[in-house]
Ligand binder design. Structure first.
Ligand SMILES: [Zn+2]
Length: 465
């Protein structure tokens, strides 16, 4: 009797726990099975690699606003149709176009030696060539102290240090200060030009290009040139030997009139709540020195391939999955701002947004910035991703990638699948950003993680806001 009572109480307890567990587990067994199938299929598929190979080979470099970027949009539309997306469109916007032109830069004192440099985005032309003595600044903080007019007739060189390689890319925003705002201090000093140590972690003689920041709507009036890390090391050693440095440079970079760019939108329309949008994407434009494989052909390939695998399931998930191939990211998040503006009235229906824009190495962490109920969902998704080597990171980490910033500021919840960034800043914005740097297996791991995560969110009823 006592035993029976104990047993039935035990059964009741078990049933109670099962119910409790069901209430706490926002993922059904069948959804879990589908997610696991997606992971298996993705790990076996070449689709993502084929996409990034096609983009980098058939289109090549695609500077924001260029004719090549337009060809990339047409490519994106064709790809979306081919992969079975339900709706495919281009949303255009206009933008100012910065043209790199030719550059020559060399050391002329204490002896003649070519330097490996690249004009930074927004740099002005040198008109005639400039040949001037160099004033050396150990870092951006030293340059920031320069007095008005103190650099008249000189070329300023702002040194710094090569970035330390790291999983997270920590140190980028600090190092990037010299690229972004160095010109403003050099112009206050009335320098004829500014030369900057590249922002990167490599020791190759590749310069890293990248956009400068505007100052109250004004762009630089002087040429601003990034030189490779080894060239910057060389200048530092000569300076430390008290050698008089001079540099000759000629740059044709300049702004041209407005051009059109656009975002490519690929939708898998939701079967039950088509108005609710789960947004993923990458940016379609690239810098013009390499072929934009790692930045961000990989992101376009990862997110498009993940959604395309979900498109092959027998039934569409409940919510709409939208892949956005953002235009003109590198030159100031222009596609991102255009998207947020064009969809402003509908952003309340954007359930979550995330972008892949940190290369193609293995994903190691899932972070989120969603409500407590959705945090439980994300915890459960992380468990499903754990066989891929992915751990759960913070549940209050804002920002889903650069192109998501404007949307996130307007209240759209974000998640992010963080990639290992150890090699990212070796390649970032250099001529070395080419297809051979992508490991097909690592790319497939990314697609597996995205496919499972996005499917589980899109087929869920949990609100993330
Ligand atoms: Zn990027």
């Amino acid at each position: 009797m006592h035993v029976l009572k104990y047993l039935s109480a035990g059964v009741a307890m078990t049933l109670f726990s099962a119910q409790l567990l069901a209430a706490q587990t926002p993922i059904t067994n069948s959804q879990k099975q589908t997610a696991n199938q997606l992971i298996e299929t993705a790990l076996d598929s070449d689709l993502g690699y084929d996409i990034v190979e096609s983009l980098t080979t058939e289109i090549g470099p695609r500077l924001g606003g260029s004719e090549a970027e337009k060809r990339a949009r047409d490519w994106g539309v064709e790809l979306g149709k081919e992969l079975g997306f339900d709706k495919v469109s281009i949303e255009e916007f206009t933008m100012p176009f910065w043209d790199r032109g030719q550059l020559h830069i060399s050391l002329t004192s204490p002896y003649q030696q070519d330097l490996y440099g690249s004009a930074l985005g927004g740099s002005a032309p040198s008109k005639k060539g400039i040949n001037a003595d160099v004033v050396y600044f150990r870092d951006i903080h030293a340059l920031a102290e320069v007095k008005a007019g103190a650099l008249k007739g000189k070329i300023a060189f702002v040194d710094g240090d090569a970035m330390v390689k790291s999983q997270t890319g920590a140190g980028y925003s600090q190092a990037n200060m010299r690229r972004r705002v160095g010109w403003q201090h050099a112009e206050r000093g009335e320098a004829s030009a500014l030369v900057v140590r590249s922002v990167g972690s490599d020791s190759h003689r590749f310069p890293h290009t990248g956009m400068m920041s505007k100052n109250e709507d004004k762009w630089a009036k002087i040429p601003v040139i990034a030189i490779s890390n080894p060239d910057a090391d060389h200048l530092r050693r000569l300076h430390n030997l008290d050698k008089p440095l001079s540099i000759s440079l000629h740059s044709e970079s300049k702004w041209k009139s407005d051009v059109s760019s656009g975002n490519v939108i690929l939708d898998l329309v939701g079967s039950e709540k088509p108005e609710e949008i789960v947004l993923i994407g990458g940016h379609l434009d690239s810098w013009d020195l390499g072929t934009g494989a790692v930045d961000d052909g990989a992101g376009v390939a990862i997110t498009t391939a993940a959604a395309a695998l979900i498109a092959k399931l027998p039934k569409r998930p409940k919510r709409t999955i939208r892949v956005v191939m953002f235009g003109a990211e590198e030159v100031g998040l222009l596609g991102a701002f255009a998207y947020a503006k064009q969809h402003e009235a509908n952003l309340k229906n954007h359930v979550v947004a995330t972008e892949s824009d940190f290369g193609a190495q293995t994903i190691w962490q899932l972070v989120s910035n969603v409500n407590p109920e959705a945090t439980v969902l994300m915890d459960e998704i992380a468990k499903i991703l754990s066989p891929l080597g992915i751990v759960r990171g913070g549940s209050d980490v804002p920002g889903g990638g650069p192109d998501i910033i404007p949307m996130a500021r307007m209240g759209v919840p974000t998640i992010r699948l963080n990639q290992n960034g150890r090699d990212y800043f070796d390649l970032h914005h250099t001529p070395d950003d080419t297809l051979d740097k992508i490991d097909p297996d690592e790319l497939a791991q990314n697609i597996a993680a995205y496919a499972a995560t996005i499917y589980l969110i899109a087929d869920s009823d949990v609100k993330l806001k």
